[in-house]
Design a protein around this ligand. Sequence first.
Ligand code: HAM
Length: 432
Amino acid sequence: MPEKKQLSLEPYKGTRDFYPRGQFAQDYIFGVWKKIAEGYGYLRYDASILEETDLYRAKSGEEIINEQTYSFIDRGGRDVTIRPEMTPTVARMVAQKRKELTFPIRWYSIPNLFRYERPQRGRLREHWQLNVDMFGVESLEADLEMVNIAGDIMKVFGAKDEQYEIRVNSRRFLNFLLNDFFQLTPEQAHKVSKLFDRMHKISGGEFQSQLLEITGDKDRSETLISISRARSLEELPEAVKAHESAAELMAFINKLKNQGLSNVRFEISVVRGFDYYTGMVFEVFDANPVNPRAIFGGGRYDDLVGIFGVERVPGIGFGMGDVVIKDFLETYQLLPEYKPSVDLYIAPFDALYIDAANELAKYLRVQGLNVAMDLTDRQVSKKVKAADKEQIPFVVVIGEQEVTSGKFKVKNFKDSKEFEVSKEEIVGLIRK
Ligand code: HAM
């Protein structure tokens, strides 16, 4: 007989199990996302995790399709991919129902996404991502709304302006810079974009030597290096600043600052990996280098809906992952303390009182309390200890005295105080 392989206790590489404490943190993050997205009038949608692989071949970019997708051939011979991102799906949904939908569309979703990445801090193989997208508005006002939503989310999480940075760039500006200003060939321009994208992951020396190799020209590569160091558009050469795409970007950043976002700045390395972006692009980063990966990423994609052979519908949006924001919240101690959803634990003194305990539990649940009951035959002191260990805030023991008097001693673990109340008074006591 072949030797049986020991089953692993670990979740699949790069994925997480959510035990209740982890789920509590996850729910808190989702709750803030939902509150802000809905506060701006966005409606929730979702779709299947499975899509035809062709959907991502169109515009998601080489890295995603060649290296990061979980793809397989189904039993019917279709090439299927587990969604690595939501944007192609939402564009497909908009394209499909464009005749019935009312524009502008404001939608959000919290999908789980799968990318075959090397698991590391801030990057896993499964993550959940808030997606906030607007369709049908081409004006800068939509771009401003997106960055404001991102800023509001950070504020509601309790982040201070100096703890993170919103870095902005524009595909139109990049196109002008590389194609027109530097007169690079399409292939060189593509390579320089990819190099900017990787800029903060490689050494300065490596960045410079690769730039020289791509452009083959010392002057151009030196000007590109100085642009790569610019923290504001003001620092760029006059001839670059004068272009209307640079002026637009500058006006955009100034407007955001006037709207109270003090931590917004220009950054050439914000290129974004996906091929579908056409205009403004942005990313949010932790100011603390312990979390070097972007917390949010997004931008304008005016030609994505059109790939389905329908009329052009401009789109803009962003994605924000649960992994990086959780790291951020832990770094700055902004995660709320764990609290189980159970309000009260009922501990019957022994098996004789289970019926009475059940009756009380039933009554309290109808009143809206979350009540768990101990069903074991262990000593009552152990039942009470278990409730405390689980951080359930209140406990009540049901025995002979309680059944005959109709009065219950409810203990608050926080201050160890006990209150003797009727069953009608329990809800008020716990809610207080
Ligand atoms: P993205 O930059 O690939 O954009 O992802 C957005 C955010 O999702 C990242 O900033 C990060 O927080 C998180 N994220 C991405 N990959 C991983 C991973 N492997 N592990 C953990 N977190 C991750 C997009 O996906 C675009 N489709 C966003 C978008 C929506 N653009 C327009 N609308």
